[in-house]
Design a protein around this ligand. Structure first.
Ligand code: ATP
Ligand code: MG
Length: 568
């Protein structure tokens, strides 16, 4: 009976930890860094954030929240040529929108330029860094290959005094770009290419978005990132896998400078099917007008997803669901779409809209009569209430909800068949009116059964189909942007020699149409309002300075290919 008193037999299931949480909990148990947890999200302000960054944001801020720690926002702004305040502002907006708060901990690597310059001087003084006068091309040629050692620079053994003097003069602006660089003196034969006397500083005569013209030498990302983490006393410096091979270099800097050592932990970056994620490629799409800006709803950027109708909750939930991995993989974009469907299913008001109208005349309904029928705003959430939908003699239904020669299994409208008009009446189709010249169907004549008002029959008679509709005289015409995925190929970057990823762009990724909506939609949409257009998909109202009535962007269709895959 003794085993029952052993607390280790406690049956309550422990939540499963991911490998980063395991490392952190272990560190807390060992009282490492006084059990502090301090992370950071360190974007370079050279583009807009994308869904991959969202994963990193959720991870870093999420860990800080979970372990009662802190998370900094730090801009790694070491390259003035590519960076801009436009990006800084958008990044702050996106992090906040995702629901995270850096409180008073907003930092910039450029705030540390003086300190990082000091670090560089220290390395020179220790004989661990030198000024090299080789050109970028010469440096690259002498680097060797993964199988062959590199060749030492002829400037490698220049005196400490000479290097220090040259470094001061580089800072003073005496030299042209490319004429000198500062390099670490490590090991040109190291099997790790990053250890082969990497460049620490280069001359760039470009104004910086924060430091203006104060500097004309800038630290390389590799020489700024780790030291910035150290200065901020970051405990767990979480980054993507490609930085694993940089870790020995970061550790070397920390050791040589004898400063506080954060622990770097690498995880697999998020890749999504049917998507490209690199900022360079996204910038190319924007610059060459393949899309309408960084916030085009087809873009995987956070601002693009927002305009498409994605919610912060759905993105956080997606990040949580995919978790963190140690090996590269590709996540199915259908999972992201599944996450937004789940969220909008709970939140979005339903409305009836007709995308491709076919006129229906209810011949036994009086010409001047209208009535208001009750409709449920969201069957998932009774608190969202009901609304009135106007009904009259002439309505639109979807063209694809009618077939003249319908097969047996077709449950929508056909000659002689009865269907339910959602929230209205049962109607039966009696006549099909065609254009005598083109033979195109132009209208249907139907009759309704007045006893079926509200959509059910007192005699228990069943109909198999329910279709949506709008009253023509009450309908509001709206512009709808039907977005599809931006790429046709699951992996747009899987290319043959000489091919460009843009060949995989979907030429049909945007269809603009005019649709008809019940009045409730126009009366209840502000910018960003989300709706389910019944039987069609989720849509988000998008106003901007040029359109005064909203455009509705399609977020996703209703067909959930992710759920289907999980069930089969
Ligand atoms: P890209 O390669 O898309 O241009 P980047 O890595 O250069 O992105 P940074 O601004 O340096 O962009 O990234 C800021 C943070 O976001 C880094 O910690 C980086 O590791 C993380 N991050 C960037 N892309 C992804 C991704 N696809 N998945 C997860 N984290 C990412
Ligand atoms: Mg980067």
């Amino acid at each position: 009976m003794t085993e029952n008193t052993d607390i280790s037999t406690d049956k309550t299931p422990k939540p499963v930890l991911n490998f980063i949480q395991e490392i952190i909990e272990n560190d807390i148990r060992n009282n490492k860094n006084d059990a502090r947890v301090h992370t950071r999200f360190p974007p370079e302000p050279n583009g807009y954030l994308h869904i991959g960054h969202a994963k990193s944001i959720c991870l870093n801020f999420g860990l800080a929240n979970k372990y009662n720690g802190k998370c900094n926002l730090r801009f790694d702004d070491t390259n003035p040529v590519k960076e801009d305040v436009e990006y800084v502002d958008s990044i702050m907006e996106d992090v906040r929108w995702l629901g995270f708060d850096w409180e008073d901990r907003l930092f910039y690597a450029s705030d540390y330029f003086e300190q990082i310059y000091e670090f560089a001087c220290q390395l020179i003084q220790k004989g661990k860094a030198y000024i090299c006068d080789l050109s970028a091309e010469e440096i690259s040629n002498l680097r060797g290959t993964t199988t062959q050692a590199g060749t030492e620079s002829p400037y490698r053994n220049r005196t400490i005094e000479e290097s220090l003097d040259l470094f001061h003069r580089m800072r003073a602006g005496e030299f042209a770009e490319g004429s000198h660089v500062l390099r670490a003196k490590i090991d040109m034969a190291s099997p790790n290419m990053h250890m082969r006397d990497p460049i620490l500083y280069r001359i760039i005569h470009t104004e910086h978005h924060r430091t203006g013209n104060k500097w004309c030498i800038y630290p390389m990302y590799d020489f700024a990132h780790g030291q910035s983490d150290s200065l901020e006393r970051i405990t767990h410096s979480i980054c993507t896998l490609e930085f694993e091979v940089h870790r020995p270099l970061y550790d070397w800097f920390i050791r040589e400078l004898e400063i506080y050592a954060p622990q770097q932990i690498e995880f697999a970056r998020l890749n999504l099917s049917y998507t490209v994620m690199s900022k360079r490629k996204l910038l190319e799409l924007v610059k060459n007008n393949y899309v309408n800006g960084w916030d085009d709803p087809r873009m995987p950027t956070i601002c693009g997803l927002r305009r498409a109708g994605y919610t912060p909750e759905s993105i956080r939930n997606f990040a949580e669901t995919i978790g963190v991995a140690r090996r590269d993989n590709i996540i199915d974009v259908a999972l992201l779409e599944h996450c937004i469907r789940e969220d909008l299913n709970k939140k979005a008001a339903r409305v009836m809209t007709v995308m491709n109208p076919l006129k229906v005349i209810i011949t036994n309904y009086p010409e001047n009569q209208t009535e208001e029928l009750d409709a449920i705003n969201n069957p998932e959430d009774a608190s969202m209430g009901t609304r009135k939908v106007p009904f009259s003699r002439e309505i639109y239904i979807e063209r694809e909800d009618f077939m003249e020669d319908a097969p047996k299994k077709y449950f929508r409208l056909a000659p002689g068949k009865e269907v339910r008009l959602r929230y209205a009446y049962y109607i039966t189709c009696n006549d099909v009116i065609k254009d005598p010249e083109t033979n195109e169907i132009i209208e249907l004549h139907c009759t309704l059964d007045p006893l079926t008002k509200g959509g059910s029959s007192p005699d228990g008679r069943k109909v198999q189909g329910t279709i949506h509709w709008v009253s023509i005289q009450h309908a509001q015409q709206i512009q709808v942007n039907l977005y599809e995925r931006l790429f046709t190929k699951e992996n747009p970057e899987d290319l043959a020699e000489g091919e460009d990823f843009k060949i995989n762009l979907n030429s049909n990724s945007l269809n603009v149409i005019k649709a008809y909506a019940e009045p409730y939609l126009g009366q209840n949409s502000v910018s960003g309002s989300k709706f389910q257009f019944e039987r069609i998909g989720y849509f988000c109202a998008d106003y901007n300075s040029t359109n005064h009535s909203p455009i509705f962007n399609r977020t996703v269709t209703l067909k959930d290919s992710w759920s289907k895959m999980q069930k089969s």
